[in-house]
Design a protein around this ligand. Structure first.
Ligand code: GSH
Length: 208
């Protein structure tokens, strides 16, 4: 049995937090399978995940792991995608949590909440994009030359905001360090292969 990642896939095969985890499995070169749900299945989730949230993982031995960061730790421990050196792990977590905060800041308000949208665009987005740009302006990946789970979070958090928010798109367009980071991340061979597979799947069926 393989680790099974349970989540809700959005149109165009976009997974949000699940995408960060899929990148992490990919970077770690470890297998997993996707199990897709609908939000209407929430009652079912409660039986497996006490947080009643997606994503969650059912490991090959049947253990249920909720919370995306914990799932990433499970997925990548023992590989270069999860630093074993405490100082490097700390460095990775700075980026991981900062990028996760960006994701939450944008995901945490309804599309029609214009006050929250303004606050995000004027305050939070420049704050988080600016911090990540400062970090990636100094080094290729979160900890240096080796890509880790933290870069998986940053890659998807940036993409998530940019896909849906013009102000975020403008921030990325104006940030050479962030555009360079994305180019470096997408050029990692396992990631490039994964993204090509994703593109092919979307062309066949944009709903999966
Ligand atoms: N901290 C959790 C957050 C998970 C989360 O908020 N999931 C969303 C979907 S992507 C969800 O299930 N929302 C429904 C709810 O919270 O009731 C994680 O990182 O996995």
């Amino acid at each position: 049995m393989t680790d099974a990642l349970h989540y809700v896939r959005m149109a165009n095969a976009v997974g949000g937090r699940a995408e960060m985890i899929r990148y992490t499995f990919t970077l770690a070169e470890r297998p997993w399978e996707d199990v897709l749900h609908r939000y209407e299945d929430a009652a079912e989730i409660g039986k497996k995940n006490p947080f009643r949230q997606f994503p969650y993982l059912v490991t090959s031995s049947g253990e249920v792991i909720p919370q995306s960061l914990a799932i990433m730790c499970h997925a990548a421990s023992g590989t270069s995608a999860w630093p074993s050196d405490p100082a490097l792990l700390t460095k990775a977590l700075v980026v991981a949590q900062g990028a996760y905060d960006l994701y939450q800041a944008f995901g945490g308000f309804a599309a029609d909440d214009l006050v929250a949208k303004k606050k995000f665009e004027e305050r939070r987005a420049p704050q988080y994009f600016g911090a990540l740009a400062a970090i990636y302006g100094e080094r290729r990946f979160a900890i240096g030359e080796t890509p880790t789970f933290a870069d998986c979070i940053a890659r998807e958090a940036i993409a998530w905001c940019v896909r849906r928010n013009e102000a975020s798109k403008a921030l990325l367009d104006g940030s050479e360090p962030l555009r360079a980071f994305i180019a470096h991340f997408d050029a990692v061979p396992s990631i490039a292969a994964f993204q090509a597979k994703q593109r092919a799947a979307r062309e066949l069926d944009p709903t999966v």
